[in-house]
Design a binder for this molecule. Structure first.
Ligand code: EPZ
Length: 428
């Protein structure tokens, strides 16, 4: 097993280049199977979730060539062997294969989604509601698989109203509907940048998707999608993670390859915390020299404050002057990581969806665990800001969604490294 060893207390200075967006890539990479010709994708992040998806796609018969570090070429075959795959259990985002394979072949059987284990069960009732509206039969055969089958004459357009704003269902129904017969209207859609990125990708391959980024998305089904090339947007959450790290540690960092508009709510909150953020065309300069000051945060669907930035910002607020109130508006309670912060000297009181953070003078290094992807990023930020040594275990949860995180922080002056723990030592 691997852990990160961090000797904290240093400021962060220099430049970091942000990778392609994980939550766009995990939908766009499988979506390439919808196209009949070769699809070239650029700015694909080299992260475990995407690597796992490409393994599953190869099992389904796709040819995938790594052109360079961040560019892949995907050529679908016409008749994949559709079989469940144990890898899918590890991936929340494997459920996008449901929409893709249903849309392309009229059938899919995918393992129940895995992914981050916070906030209890991760429901998919809205995905099922959308697939059934398009005419598919959805069954939950034993063994934790979901099976979707289109009618003989194929999927047909539908008018779907989502009961909750859901990124996954908005993406999944879009994937299934682009080749369906007729028009599909989806209402109460999620508006995240990665939703727009998926729609832009599908349209570049010949689809007809309008309204992505608003509450209402209209899709006119087309006969087929052709190949082409597309570059995935930069990752707003990775960028925000580095911005929160500068807030916690102090220093001055130019965060490059970003779309500042996607970072507006994060920038606004950091400025309330007395962090200086200067916006350029495709970069932001983040500086914190003086004291951090408190603020309140409520996570909401985009363009509200992103839930995937909640652990990182809460960690920075542990070191702010004053008391901050955090409200988790998406996942019920996403605060398991605060137990680890408390062991480092943080003063946090959690009650359901609310966390009350009393700023403290400093955090002290300690052995901690990365319970999930963004909680793990928060542990790294805490370790970088703390006095003394922090060891972060279960870092595979971090490397699911962050490309070369250690190398990027070391380039900013962090004293941290990856250490391999022999299996035997792990069980002590
Ligand atoms: C996506 O998860 C992201 N994952 C999550 O990021 C992110 O936290 C979440 O969107 C919200 O932005 C990927 O994109 C792979 P949802 P998803 O469907 O699609 C409820 C990370 O750190 N809901 O938008 O699973 C659900 O319980 C990960 O990168 C239903 O009730 O989230 C939640 O309260 C963690 N029924 C809310 O909607 C459904 O059928 C939002 O969930 C689906 C969702």
């Amino acid at each position: 097993m691997t852990k990160y060893v961090i000797n904290g207390g240093k400021t962060l200075n220099g430049e970091v280049t942000i990778s392609g967006a994980k939550n766009a890539a995990v939908a766009i990479v499988p979506a390439a199977l919808l196209a009949d010709g070769p699809v070239r994708l650029e700015n694909v992040p080299k992260i475990i979730d995407v690597t796992l998806q490409m393994e599953i796609m190869r099992e389904l018969g796709a040819q995938i060539r790594q052109i360079n570090a961040t560019t892949v070429e995907i050529q679908n075959t016409q008749n994949p062997s559709l079989k469940p795959h144990e890898l899918e259990r590890k991936l929340r985002a494997s459920y996008y294969l449901l929409g893709v394979l249903l849309g392309k072949y009229g059938f899919a059987e995918v393992a129940m989604p895995g992914g981050c284990n916070f906030g209890g069960v991760r429901p998919i009732d809205q995905h099922i509601k959308g697939f059934e509206a398009l005419g598919a039969k959805v069954t939950l055969p034993k063994g934790g698989y979901i099976r979707v089958e289109a009618p003989e004459d194929g999927l047909h357009g539908a008018h779907i109203y989502f009961d909750v704003v859901t990124v996954g269902a908005t993406m999944n129904i879009m994937l299934a509907a682009v080749l369906a017969k007729g028009q599909t209207i989806m209402e109460n859609c999620a508006k995240e940048p990665h939703i727009v990125d998926l729609a832009n990708f599908l349209n570049a391959m010949g689809a007809d998707v309008k309204g992505a980024g608003t509450d209402v998305i209209k899709i006119r089904g087309v006969e087929s999608l052709h190949g082409g090339s597309y570059s995935i947007i930069p990752d707003q959450i990775e960028a925000g993670t580095f911005m929160a790290a500068v807030a916690a540690c102090g220093g001055s960092v130019l965060v490059k390859n970003v779309i500042p508009r996607h970072l507006e709510c994060i920038t606004a909150k950091l400025r309330e915390m007395s962090v200086e953020v200067t916006e350029f065309d495709d970069a932001v300069l983040v500086r914190r020299e003086g004291k951090l000051t408190k603020t309140n945060i409520k996570t909401l669907p985009y363009p509200g404050f992103p839930t995937d930035m909640q652990p990182q910002m809460t960690t920075a607020l542990c070191l702010a002057e004053g008391t901050s109130i955090i409200t988790e508006g998406i996942w019920g309670s996403r605060y398991r990581y605060t137990e680890e912060l408390t062991r480092m000297g943080a003063n946090i009181h959690v009650d359901g969806a609310i966390a009350v953070v009393e700023g403290v003078k400093e955090l002290n290094g300690a052995p901690v665990r990365a319970h999930d992807l963004r909680a793990g990023a928060a542990m790294v930020i805490a370790g970088l800001a703390a006095k003394g040594v922090t060891e972060v275990e279960q870092v595979q949860n971090i490397e699911r969604g962050y490309e070369t995180l250690v190398e990027k922080f070391v380039a900013l002056g962090a004293d941290m490294y990856r250490s391999e723990i022999p299996e035997s030592a792990e069980n002590k």
